[in-house]
Design a protein around this ligand. Structure first.
Ligand SMILES: C[S@@+](CC[C@H](N)C(=O)[O-])C[C@H]1O[C@@H](n2cnc3c(N)ncnc32)[C@H](O)[C@@H]1O
Length: 288
């Protein structure tokens, strides 16, 4: 993979999956600022200590937790699925040597922003346009696969996990962050299930599998030959993310984003613990 290249390798045409619409409102964030490429929740080890203005550092913290779960080390090949603006691979590039780093996303606009990143001397960085459920890579290609907050958008978690298991070498590591709605969420909010799902759809589409449970995800992973190493419930650690919600001085474009009723419902579901944020890690048990 040549450094800084973008490679259109999969079908993402009219009938294929499309990027989440909320990305439209966030693209402007990255016009000039290259130092906070995160598009995920923050993680506070001590949620009670969260203060306004600490979100970017907390986003870095979530990234660091997931990178450590993915067993990243010098000399490894790492794939980031749903890489967004490239923050995770940027952070790995800055800390490790002799790395082959590949980011895949369904959204070419974000990948174009990624190509501004220049890898450090001993590392390579490549960017691939494609769908998480059809990874355009040969089997056993990567030592680690990471995916932070992309699974809730992909057409099928089962297919993604199968693909992740396929492209990992034997004993390779997968680490993901997923967002799962609790089965009794609508009742707890006093709304119908249909209203809840339609409202969330307005803020976060595509969200093809909103009723998937943690047990479903773990079952799909086991069927894909992925042995579960850890399940971390980070719901409480990530709730303070909304301290700065809608504050355009913290995040350009956020004020528009926050006015969406789907986004408001999501925040309320999270605050009331009606959705779960989980970090999961697995080891590939495919044949060597
Ligand atoms: C919440 S963002 C997370 C971005 C990045 N991982 C981060 O932590 O900053 C979700 C990302 O998943 C990507 N995505 C959504 N559906 C996808 C799919 N089917 N295949 C690949 N990427 C997808 C989106 O375009 C977006 O960049």
């Amino acid at each position: 993979m040549s450094d800084g290249s973008t490679h259109d390798a999969a079908r993402t045409g009219r009938d294929g999956p499309s990027p989440p619409r909320y990305i439209d409102a966030l693209l402007g964030d990255f016009d000039g600022a290259d130092d906070h490429r995160w598009n995920h929740l923050g993680h506070w080890d001590e949620p009670a200590e969260a203060v306004p203005g600490s979100r970017v550092r907390a986003q870095e913290r979530m990234n660091d937790v997931v990178v450590s779960l993915a067993d990243v080390a010098d000399g490894r090949a790492v794939l980031d699925v749903g890489c967004g603006f490239g923050g995770t691979l940027q952070s790995i590039d800055s800390r490790f040597e002799r790395m082959e780093l590949v980011g895949l996303d369904i959204d070419v606009r974000q990948l174009r922003v990624c190509t501004r990143l220049v890898p450090r001397r001993t590392n390579s960085l490549g960017w691939v346009n494609g769908d998480a459920c059809h990874l355009p890579f040969p089997s056993s290609r990567f030592d680690s696969v990471i995916s932070i907050e992309a699974l809730w958008h992909v057409p099928s978690r089962r297919e993604f996990l199968h693909e992740a298991g396929r492209v990992l070498r034997a004993s390779g590591a997968l680490a993901v962050v997923d967002i799962l709605i609790e089965p009794d969420a609508a009742d707890s909010m006093g709304i119908s299930r249909r209203e809840m799902l339609e409202t969330l759809e307005r803020g976060f589409a595509p969200w093809p599998e909103p009723t998937t449970t943690l047990e479903d995800v773990l079952g799909h992973a086991a069927a894909a030959g992925l042995e579960c190493e850890s399940v971390i419930d980070a719901t409480d650690n990530t709730v303070p993310t909304y301290l700065d919600h809608g504050d355009s001085t913290q995040r350009p474009g956020a004020a528009t984003f926050s006015r969406n009723d789907g986004v408001r419902l999501f925040v309320e579901l999270h605050r009331r613990r009606c959705l779960k944020v989980v970090y999961l890690s697995f080891t590939a048990r495919n044949s060597s």
